[in-house]
Structure formats: C-alpha cells, structure tokens
Design a protein. Sequence first.
Length: 211
Amino acid sequence: MKNIIFIAPPAAGKGTQSNILKEKYDYAHISTGDMLREAINSGSKLGIDVKNIIDKGELVSDEIIIKLVAEKLASLKGKPFILDGFPRTLNQAIALEKIIDDNYVTIYLDLSEEEAISRITGRLTCSCGKSYNINIDSLKPKIVGKCDACGSNLIKRDDDNVDAFKIRFKTFLDNTEALLDYYNSKNKLVKIDVNREVSDIFNDISGVVND
Ligand SMILES: [Zn+2]
C-alpha cells in the first residue's frame, strides 16, 4: 500500500474516506491535532514544550511538528499511514520529504466551493449521534426530518454559517496552492473529484493506493 498525504477542503469528506481506509487496509491515521494532544498527554520532554507553546497561544513550530511526525512514523513499524493536516506549508512538505521514503501519494479531494456550501448547509444530526445530509442522496434520511435509526427529530447544526464557511474555504485554497504545485511538480499529486458517491470516491482512492 502507498502512504497517503491527504489534502482536502472543508466538507470534502476526508474523515469519511480516512475511516474506510483504516478499516479496509489497516492504515494508521495521523492527524496533527491528535498528535499534539498525544504528545502533551504523554508528559514527554517534547510534550511539555508543546504544552507551554500552546498555553502561551503561540503556534507550534515546523521543527517540533516534524519531530513529532518522525517519532510517530517510526513507531508504526511499516504500517501504511495517512497524514492528515500535515504538511500545511511548502516548508513542511520539504522537511517531510527528508523523513519519508518515496512510497507515497498526495491525494487531493477536489470539491468546488458551490458543492461544499451545498454540503454544509444540508447537514443534519440526531441526538443519537447519527448524521445526515439532505443535499447528498446517499446520506438523506428515509423520512424527511427524522432519524432512520431512532426516529427522533433531526437538528440543523448552527455552526454551519455560510459566510464564515466561505472565508474558511478561500483561506484553505490560498494556503494550499503552493503545496499542490509542489506535489504536482514531483508527479505525486492525484486529484479526485468528490462530487460523487462515497463508494465511488473510495474505489478511485483504492486504485491509487494499491497501484
Ligand atoms: Zn437518531
């Protein structure tokens, strides 16, 4: 299996695809947020440094993040991995290149802003934990406004504010452009159109990582 660097705009379904990859192919899912939390909880020297930096409201440096990623990757003992949320910048990508071998692919889940907005405004959740989307056929509840699993009324999340989302989406694209150019120039970039069924998207990803 190829290792994966996952890059995706908000609402592209990166979490869903990561979960299927973990289940089907036993990928280790490495997210920067989780990694920082783990480091802090471990109480290691590096973890204490990270905690001090975050407590001060400062950004954890590339150098520290690279160290954590390197430690994490070494602990996997050859298990395939998904990097999620890292690298975020060109400098991080160049540093990463020095600690991983060539057996990886960068997968970009391609989603237009219009489609992303349709997805976030369609999200509904249930108090039992199930979630739905009235704008995605495969995720619609069977009965309008009711949970398939427990029959409760579905709730619209109030953090799905469109204006704030547009800013997040644009910021993501601006920050990601250099990264995509970098991986494209190395022939390591695969773009996957995610305006489709979850299973079709997964089939495409499978083809890429099994290649
Ligand atoms: Zn429910």
